[in-house]
Design a protein around this ligand. Structure first.
Ligand SMILES: Nc1ncnc2c1ncn2[C@@H]1O[C@H](COP(=O)(O)OP(=O)(O)O)[C@@H](O)[C@H]1O
Ligand SMILES: [Mg+2]
Length: 394
Protein backbone atom coordinates (compact mmCIF):
# COMPACT_ATOMS: atom_id res chain seq x y z
CA UNK A 1 0.00 0.00 0.00
CA UNK A 2 1.42 3.35 -1.06
CA UNK A 3 -0.01 6.86 -0.50
CA UNK A 4 1.33 9.83 -2.46
CA UNK A 5 0.07 13.38 -1.90
CA UNK A 6 0.61 16.32 -4.23
CA UNK A 7 0.49 19.91 -3.10
CA UNK A 8 1.77 23.32 -4.15
CA UNK A 9 0.58 26.78 -5.06
CA UNK A 10 -2.63 27.20 -7.05
CA UNK A 11 -2.39 26.41 -10.76
CA UNK A 12 1.13 24.95 -10.77
CA UNK A 13 0.05 21.50 -11.95
CA UNK A 14 -0.90 19.53 -8.82
CA UNK A 15 -3.89 17.87 -10.42
CA UNK A 16 -1.96 17.07 -13.58
CA UNK A 17 0.98 15.60 -11.65
CA UNK A 18 -1.31 13.57 -9.36
CA UNK A 19 -3.38 12.25 -12.26
CA UNK A 20 -0.25 11.46 -14.29
CA UNK A 21 1.39 9.60 -11.42
CA UNK A 22 -1.77 7.58 -10.81
CA UNK A 23 -2.00 6.73 -14.50
CA UNK A 24 1.54 5.31 -14.50
CA UNK A 25 0.83 3.32 -11.34
CA UNK A 26 -2.29 1.75 -12.86
CA UNK A 27 -0.45 0.91 -16.09
CA UNK A 28 2.16 -0.78 -14.01
CA UNK A 29 -0.48 -3.11 -12.60
CA UNK A 30 -1.42 -1.38 -9.34
CA UNK A 31 -5.05 -0.95 -8.35
CA UNK A 32 -4.97 2.80 -8.11
CA UNK A 33 -7.28 5.47 -6.76
CA UNK A 34 -6.68 9.14 -7.34
CA UNK A 35 -8.70 11.23 -4.97
CA UNK A 36 -9.09 14.99 -4.84
CA UNK A 37 -9.46 16.92 -1.59
CA UNK A 38 -9.42 20.24 -3.43
CA UNK A 39 -12.73 22.06 -3.53
CA UNK A 40 -11.75 23.26 -7.01
CA UNK A 41 -12.55 19.90 -8.58
CA UNK A 42 -10.50 19.51 -11.71
CA UNK A 43 -9.69 15.80 -11.79
CA UNK A 44 -12.65 15.31 -14.09
CA UNK A 45 -11.26 17.93 -16.44
CA UNK A 46 -7.80 16.38 -16.36
CA UNK A 47 -9.17 12.97 -17.34
CA UNK A 48 -11.83 14.53 -19.49
CA UNK A 49 -14.58 12.35 -18.03
CA UNK A 50 -17.45 13.09 -15.68
CA UNK A 51 -16.64 11.80 -12.20
CA UNK A 52 -18.49 11.79 -8.92
CA UNK A 53 -18.06 11.33 -5.22
CA UNK A 54 -17.69 7.56 -5.62
CA UNK A 55 -14.61 6.02 -7.32
CA UNK A 56 -15.16 5.99 -11.09
CA UNK A 57 -13.04 3.75 -13.34
CA UNK A 58 -11.42 5.78 -16.11
CA UNK A 59 -8.89 3.20 -17.37
CA UNK A 60 -7.99 -0.37 -16.39
CA UNK A 61 -7.30 -0.40 -12.62
CA UNK A 62 -7.47 3.41 -12.49
CA UNK A 63 -10.23 5.01 -10.43
CA UNK A 64 -10.96 8.66 -9.78
CA UNK A 65 -12.92 10.21 -6.93
CA UNK A 66 -13.75 13.71 -5.75
CA UNK A 67 -14.55 14.12 -2.10
CA UNK A 68 -17.71 16.09 -1.81
CA UNK A 69 -18.79 17.93 1.28
CA UNK A 70 -22.06 16.39 2.35
CA UNK A 71 -24.57 18.55 4.09
CA UNK A 72 -25.46 15.98 6.71
CA UNK A 73 -21.88 15.55 7.78
CA UNK A 74 -21.33 19.27 7.84
CA UNK A 75 -24.13 19.65 10.32
CA UNK A 76 -22.83 17.07 12.76
CA UNK A 77 -19.32 18.46 12.53
CA UNK A 78 -20.66 21.92 13.26
CA UNK A 79 -22.25 20.51 16.42
CA UNK A 80 -19.02 18.97 17.59
CA UNK A 81 -17.03 22.07 16.78
CA UNK A 82 -19.52 24.36 18.47
CA UNK A 83 -19.52 22.17 21.52
CA UNK A 84 -15.74 22.12 21.80
CA UNK A 85 -15.57 25.86 21.49
CA UNK A 86 -18.18 26.42 24.17
CA UNK A 87 -16.52 24.00 26.57
CA UNK A 88 -13.14 25.62 26.18
CA UNK A 89 -14.62 29.04 26.51
CA UNK A 90 -16.55 28.17 29.64
CA UNK A 91 -13.51 26.45 31.10
CA UNK A 92 -11.39 29.59 30.78
CA UNK A 93 -8.77 27.92 28.60
CA UNK A 94 -5.07 28.58 28.97
CA UNK A 95 -3.20 30.48 26.26
CA UNK A 96 -1.80 27.47 24.39
CA UNK A 97 -5.24 25.96 24.17
CA UNK A 98 -6.72 29.18 22.91
CA UNK A 99 -4.11 29.42 20.17
CA UNK A 100 -4.57 25.82 19.20
CA UNK A 101 -8.25 26.50 18.71
CA UNK A 102 -7.57 28.46 15.56
CA UNK A 103 -6.35 25.23 14.02
CA UNK A 104 -9.76 23.58 14.09
CA UNK A 105 -10.82 23.82 10.48
CA UNK A 106 -14.04 23.25 8.68
CA UNK A 107 -16.07 20.28 7.75
CA UNK A 108 -14.71 19.69 4.26
CA UNK A 109 -11.26 19.05 5.58
CA UNK A 110 -12.46 16.55 8.14
CA UNK A 111 -14.63 14.84 5.59
CA UNK A 112 -11.75 14.64 3.11
CA UNK A 113 -9.52 13.02 5.72
CA UNK A 114 -12.20 10.53 6.72
CA UNK A 115 -12.85 9.59 3.12
CA UNK A 116 -9.13 9.18 2.55
CA UNK A 117 -8.94 6.90 5.58
CA UNK A 118 -11.91 4.85 4.46
CA UNK A 119 -10.37 4.32 1.02
CA UNK A 120 -6.95 3.44 2.38
CA UNK A 121 -8.43 0.99 4.89
CA UNK A 122 -10.80 -0.58 2.37
CA UNK A 123 -8.07 -2.89 1.13
CA UNK A 124 -9.15 -2.23 -2.43
CA UNK A 125 -6.15 -0.19 -3.46
CA UNK A 126 -2.44 -0.75 -3.91
CA UNK A 127 -1.89 2.96 -4.47
CA UNK A 128 -3.85 6.02 -3.37
CA UNK A 129 -2.79 9.30 -4.95
CA UNK A 130 -4.15 12.47 -3.35
CA UNK A 131 -4.62 15.64 -5.34
CA UNK A 132 -4.53 18.19 -2.53
CA UNK A 133 -5.72 21.75 -2.22
CA UNK A 134 -3.20 24.60 -2.47
CA UNK A 135 -0.47 24.57 0.13
CA UNK A 136 -1.94 26.53 3.01
CA UNK A 137 -5.15 24.51 3.03
CA UNK A 138 -3.25 21.27 2.74
CA UNK A 139 -1.25 22.19 5.81
CA UNK A 140 -4.41 22.89 7.72
CA UNK A 141 -5.69 19.54 6.62
CA UNK A 142 -2.55 17.67 7.56
CA UNK A 143 -2.11 19.40 10.92
CA UNK A 144 -5.68 18.64 11.90
CA UNK A 145 -5.54 15.05 13.17
CA UNK A 146 -2.85 15.89 15.68
CA UNK A 147 -4.35 19.21 16.73
CA UNK A 148 -7.70 17.62 17.37
CA UNK A 149 -6.09 14.64 19.05
CA UNK A 150 -4.41 16.98 21.44
CA UNK A 151 -7.72 18.38 22.61
CA UNK A 152 -9.21 15.01 22.93
CA UNK A 153 -6.43 13.71 25.10
CA UNK A 154 -6.49 16.77 27.27
CA UNK A 155 -9.95 18.11 27.55
CA UNK A 156 -11.95 15.09 26.79
CA UNK A 157 -11.39 12.17 29.13
CA UNK A 158 -11.88 14.32 32.21
CA UNK A 159 -14.96 15.92 30.75
CA UNK A 160 -16.50 12.63 29.90
CA UNK A 161 -15.88 11.10 33.30
CA UNK A 162 -17.21 14.10 35.11
CA UNK A 163 -20.16 14.44 32.81
CA UNK A 164 -21.22 10.86 33.30
CA UNK A 165 -21.36 11.20 37.03
CA UNK A 166 -22.47 14.74 37.47
CA UNK A 167 -24.21 15.84 34.33
CA UNK A 168 -27.19 17.59 35.91
CA UNK A 169 -25.35 19.18 38.82
CA UNK A 170 -22.38 20.33 36.82
CA UNK A 171 -24.32 21.89 34.03
CA UNK A 172 -25.83 24.29 36.51
CA UNK A 173 -22.80 24.87 38.68
CA UNK A 174 -20.11 25.38 36.08
CA UNK A 175 -22.17 26.84 33.31
CA UNK A 176 -20.46 24.37 30.99
CA UNK A 177 -22.82 22.90 28.42
CA UNK A 178 -23.20 19.17 28.93
CA UNK A 179 -23.48 17.07 25.84
CA UNK A 180 -25.29 13.76 25.58
CA UNK A 181 -23.37 10.49 25.48
CA UNK A 182 -23.97 10.23 21.75
CA UNK A 183 -21.97 13.38 21.20
CA UNK A 184 -19.14 11.93 23.26
CA UNK A 185 -19.27 8.72 21.29
CA UNK A 186 -19.21 10.60 18.02
CA UNK A 187 -16.28 12.72 19.13
CA UNK A 188 -14.37 9.71 20.38
CA UNK A 189 -14.90 7.88 17.14
CA UNK A 190 -13.78 10.93 15.20
CA UNK A 191 -10.69 11.18 17.35
CA UNK A 192 -9.76 7.56 16.76
CA UNK A 193 -10.32 7.84 13.03
CA UNK A 194 -8.28 11.01 12.70
CA UNK A 195 -5.48 9.55 14.72
CA UNK A 196 -5.42 6.64 12.30
CA UNK A 197 -5.27 9.07 9.40
CA UNK A 198 -2.29 10.79 10.98
CA UNK A 199 -0.50 7.49 11.46
CA UNK A 200 -1.18 6.49 7.87
CA UNK A 201 -0.03 9.79 6.41
CA UNK A 202 3.11 10.17 8.49
CA UNK A 203 4.03 6.48 8.15
CA UNK A 204 6.69 5.01 5.88
CA UNK A 205 4.21 4.22 3.08
CA UNK A 206 3.11 7.82 2.61
CA UNK A 207 4.89 10.83 1.19
CA UNK A 208 4.17 14.32 -0.05
CA UNK A 209 5.41 15.79 -3.33
CA UNK A 210 5.72 19.50 -3.90
CA UNK A 211 4.71 20.81 -7.28
CA UNK A 212 6.14 24.15 -8.37
CA UNK A 213 6.83 26.23 -11.43
CA UNK A 214 10.24 27.88 -11.85
CA UNK A 215 9.22 31.28 -10.54
CA UNK A 216 10.65 32.97 -7.49
CA UNK A 217 7.41 33.42 -5.54
CA UNK A 218 6.29 29.87 -6.24
CA UNK A 219 9.59 28.43 -5.10
CA UNK A 220 9.51 30.55 -1.94
CA UNK A 221 6.14 29.05 -1.06
CA UNK A 222 7.36 25.53 -1.80
CA UNK A 223 10.27 26.06 0.57
CA UNK A 224 7.94 27.19 3.34
CA UNK A 225 5.71 24.20 2.83
CA UNK A 226 8.66 21.85 3.05
CA UNK A 227 9.51 23.38 6.43
CA UNK A 228 5.97 23.11 7.70
CA UNK A 229 5.27 19.65 6.35
CA UNK A 230 8.41 18.46 8.12
CA UNK A 231 7.30 20.20 11.29
CA UNK A 232 4.13 18.11 11.30
CA UNK A 233 6.00 14.91 10.56
CA UNK A 234 5.20 14.41 6.87
CA UNK A 235 7.87 13.01 4.57
CA UNK A 236 8.45 15.06 1.46
CA UNK A 237 10.11 12.83 -1.12
CA UNK A 238 10.31 14.89 -4.29
CA UNK A 239 9.69 18.09 -6.18
CA UNK A 240 7.95 18.39 -9.54
CA UNK A 241 9.23 21.45 -11.41
CA UNK A 242 6.50 21.98 -13.97
CA UNK A 243 6.09 24.24 -17.00
CA UNK A 244 9.76 24.43 -17.83
CA UNK A 245 10.24 26.22 -21.15
CA UNK A 246 12.09 24.13 -23.70
CA UNK A 247 15.02 26.23 -24.87
CA UNK A 248 15.48 25.23 -28.49
CA UNK A 249 14.59 27.73 -31.21
CA UNK A 250 13.99 30.53 -28.80
CA UNK A 251 12.80 33.93 -29.93
CA UNK A 252 13.93 36.84 -27.70
CA UNK A 253 10.80 36.67 -25.52
CA UNK A 254 11.21 32.98 -24.84
CA UNK A 255 14.99 33.22 -24.55
CA UNK A 256 14.50 35.60 -21.67
CA UNK A 257 12.05 33.26 -19.95
CA UNK A 258 14.34 30.31 -20.48
CA UNK A 259 17.17 32.26 -18.89
CA UNK A 260 15.07 33.38 -15.93
CA UNK A 261 13.82 29.84 -15.35
CA UNK A 262 17.35 28.47 -15.50
CA UNK A 263 18.37 30.68 -12.61
CA UNK A 264 15.39 29.61 -10.51
CA UNK A 265 15.80 25.93 -11.43
CA UNK A 266 19.43 26.01 -10.34
CA UNK A 267 18.25 27.43 -7.05
CA UNK A 268 15.60 24.71 -6.76
CA UNK A 269 18.17 21.96 -7.39
CA UNK A 270 20.42 23.46 -4.81
CA UNK A 271 17.95 24.33 -2.11
CA UNK A 272 15.91 21.13 -2.27
CA UNK A 273 19.20 19.23 -2.28
CA UNK A 274 18.74 15.61 -1.45
CA UNK A 275 15.26 15.47 -2.98
CA UNK A 276 14.75 14.42 -6.56
CA UNK A 277 13.60 17.33 -8.73
CA UNK A 278 11.50 16.00 -11.60
CA UNK A 279 11.27 18.46 -14.47
CA UNK A 280 8.35 18.71 -16.75
CA UNK A 281 8.27 20.78 -19.92
CA UNK A 282 5.73 23.44 -20.71
CA UNK A 283 3.75 21.57 -23.33
CA UNK A 284 2.14 23.05 -26.40
CA UNK A 285 -1.28 22.10 -25.02
CA UNK A 286 -2.99 21.05 -21.81
CA UNK A 287 -2.17 17.45 -20.84
CA UNK A 288 -5.73 16.10 -20.77
CA UNK A 289 -6.86 12.48 -20.91
CA UNK A 290 -5.18 9.25 -19.86
CA UNK A 291 -2.69 9.13 -22.75
CA UNK A 292 -1.45 12.68 -22.32
CA UNK A 293 -1.28 12.37 -18.56
CA UNK A 294 0.79 9.20 -18.80
CA UNK A 295 3.05 10.99 -21.25
CA UNK A 296 3.40 13.97 -18.96
CA UNK A 297 4.31 11.76 -16.00
CA UNK A 298 6.77 9.46 -17.82
CA UNK A 299 8.60 12.50 -19.14
CA UNK A 300 8.75 14.02 -15.66
CA UNK A 301 9.92 10.91 -13.79
CA UNK A 302 12.37 10.16 -16.60
CA UNK A 303 12.82 6.53 -15.64
CA UNK A 304 12.58 6.98 -11.85
CA UNK A 305 10.06 4.76 -10.10
CA UNK A 306 7.07 7.07 -9.55
CA UNK A 307 6.13 5.10 -6.43
CA UNK A 308 9.55 4.77 -4.83
CA UNK A 309 9.37 5.14 -1.07
CA UNK A 310 11.10 7.99 0.73
CA UNK A 311 14.38 6.94 2.29
CA UNK A 312 15.16 7.48 5.97
CA UNK A 313 13.01 7.55 9.08
CA UNK A 314 11.05 10.72 8.42
CA UNK A 315 11.56 14.20 9.77
CA UNK A 316 11.73 13.26 13.45
CA UNK A 317 14.24 11.05 15.19
CA UNK A 318 15.54 10.38 18.68
CA UNK A 319 19.12 9.41 19.34
CA UNK A 320 20.39 8.18 22.68
CA UNK A 321 23.44 9.93 24.13
CA UNK A 322 25.50 9.05 27.22
CA UNK A 323 23.72 11.76 29.24
CA UNK A 324 20.22 11.40 27.79
CA UNK A 325 18.94 11.84 24.25
CA UNK A 326 18.68 14.19 21.30
CA UNK A 327 15.37 14.78 19.60
CA UNK A 328 15.86 15.95 16.04
CA UNK A 329 13.16 17.53 13.91
CA UNK A 330 14.09 18.37 10.34
CA UNK A 331 13.01 21.95 9.59
CA UNK A 332 14.66 22.72 6.26
CA UNK A 333 14.89 26.43 5.40
CA UNK A 334 13.51 27.53 8.75
CA UNK A 335 15.20 30.60 10.09
CA UNK A 336 16.51 30.29 13.62
CA UNK A 337 14.68 33.44 14.62
CA UNK A 338 11.36 31.97 13.45
CA UNK A 339 11.64 28.90 15.65
CA UNK A 340 10.35 28.84 19.17
CA UNK A 341 10.45 26.02 21.64
CA UNK A 342 8.73 25.51 24.96
CA UNK A 343 8.09 22.62 27.25
CA UNK A 344 4.87 22.16 29.15
CA UNK A 345 4.88 19.00 31.21
CA UNK A 346 4.96 16.06 28.84
CA UNK A 347 4.59 18.23 25.79
CA UNK A 348 7.04 20.02 23.61
CA UNK A 349 5.62 23.02 21.79
CA UNK A 350 7.49 23.81 18.58
CA UNK A 351 6.52 26.96 16.72
CA UNK A 352 7.81 27.85 13.27
CA UNK A 353 6.46 31.18 12.05
CA UNK A 354 2.70 30.90 12.23
CA UNK A 355 2.62 27.10 12.55
CA UNK A 356 2.73 25.31 15.83
CA UNK A 357 3.02 21.67 16.71
CA UNK A 358 2.33 20.30 20.14
CA UNK A 359 4.31 17.14 20.43
CA UNK A 360 3.55 14.69 23.17
CA UNK A 361 6.96 13.48 24.21
CA UNK A 362 7.66 9.80 23.74
CA UNK A 363 7.52 7.89 27.02
CA UNK A 364 11.28 7.48 26.96
CA UNK A 365 11.78 11.25 27.19
CA UNK A 366 9.09 12.19 29.65
CA UNK A 367 11.34 11.97 32.66
CA UNK A 368 14.14 13.91 31.00
CA UNK A 369 14.84 17.64 31.27
CA UNK A 370 15.46 19.84 28.27
CA UNK A 371 19.13 20.73 28.54
CA UNK A 372 19.41 22.86 25.44
CA UNK A 373 18.38 23.32 21.85
CA UNK A 374 19.94 24.54 18.64
CA UNK A 375 19.22 24.81 14.97
CA UNK A 376 21.84 23.21 12.79
CA UNK A 377 21.94 21.79 9.29
CA UNK A 378 18.25 22.46 8.67
CA UNK A 379 17.13 20.71 11.83
CA UNK A 380 16.07 21.60 15.31
CA UNK A 381 17.98 19.57 17.86
CA UNK A 382 16.68 19.38 21.37
CA UNK A 383 19.02 17.96 23.96
CA UNK A 384 17.47 16.01 26.83
CA UNK A 385 19.20 15.07 30.03
CA UNK A 386 18.10 12.10 32.08
CA UNK A 387 16.61 12.98 35.43
CA UNK A 388 13.43 14.47 36.76
CA UNK A 389 12.47 18.00 35.73
CA UNK A 390 13.57 20.23 38.60
CA UNK A 391 12.32 23.59 37.60
CA UNK A 392 14.42 24.89 34.72
CA UNK A 393 13.26 24.47 31.13
CA UNK A 394 16.47 24.85 29.07
N1 LIG B 1 3.43 21.15 -18.29
C1 LIG B 1 2.28 21.67 -18.70
N2 LIG B 1 2.13 22.14 -19.96
C2 LIG B 1 0.98 22.66 -20.38
N3 LIG B 1 -0.12 22.78 -19.64
C3 LIG B 1 -0.07 22.36 -18.37
C4 LIG B 1 1.13 21.78 -17.82
N4 LIG B 1 0.90 21.43 -16.54
C5 LIG B 1 -0.38 21.78 -16.29
N5 LIG B 1 -0.96 22.34 -17.37
C6 LIG B 1 -2.33 22.85 -17.47
O1 LIG B 1 -2.42 23.96 -16.58
C7 LIG B 1 -3.69 23.99 -15.93
C8 LIG B 1 -3.50 23.94 -14.42
O2 LIG B 1 -2.96 22.68 -14.06
P1 LIG B 1 -3.53 21.86 -12.82
O3 LIG B 1 -2.83 20.54 -12.82
O4 LIG B 1 -5.01 21.84 -12.85
O5 LIG B 1 -2.98 22.78 -11.65
P2 LIG B 1 -3.38 22.77 -10.09
O6 LIG B 1 -4.04 21.47 -9.78
O7 LIG B 1 -2.08 22.94 -9.38
O8 LIG B 1 -4.27 23.94 -9.88
C9 LIG B 1 -4.48 22.83 -16.48
O9 LIG B 1 -5.27 23.29 -17.51
C10 LIG B 1 -3.40 21.88 -17.00
O10 LIG B 1 -3.87 21.08 -18.07
MG1 LIG C 1 -5.96 21.13 -9.02
Amino acid sequence: MRIVLFTGKGGVGKTTAAAGTATLAARDGARTLVLSTDAAHSLGDAFDVPIGSEPTEVAPRLFVQQVDAQRRFERSWADIQGYLLSVLDAAGVDPITAEELTVIPGAEEVLALLELRAQVMSGEWDVVVVDCAPTAETLRLLALPEALGWYMDRVFPAQHRVVKALRPVLAKAAGVPMPQDTVFDAIERLHRDLDEVRQLLTGPDASVRLVLTPETVVVAEARRSLTNLSLFGYRVDGVVANRVFPDEGADPWRAQWVQAQKVVLAEVEQSFGGLPVWRSAYRPGEPVGVEELADFASAAYAGDDPLARAAGDGPMSITRTPSGAILRIALPFADKSDIDLARHGDELVVTVGSYRRILTLPAALMRHTVAGARVEGGALQVRFRAGSPEGDDG
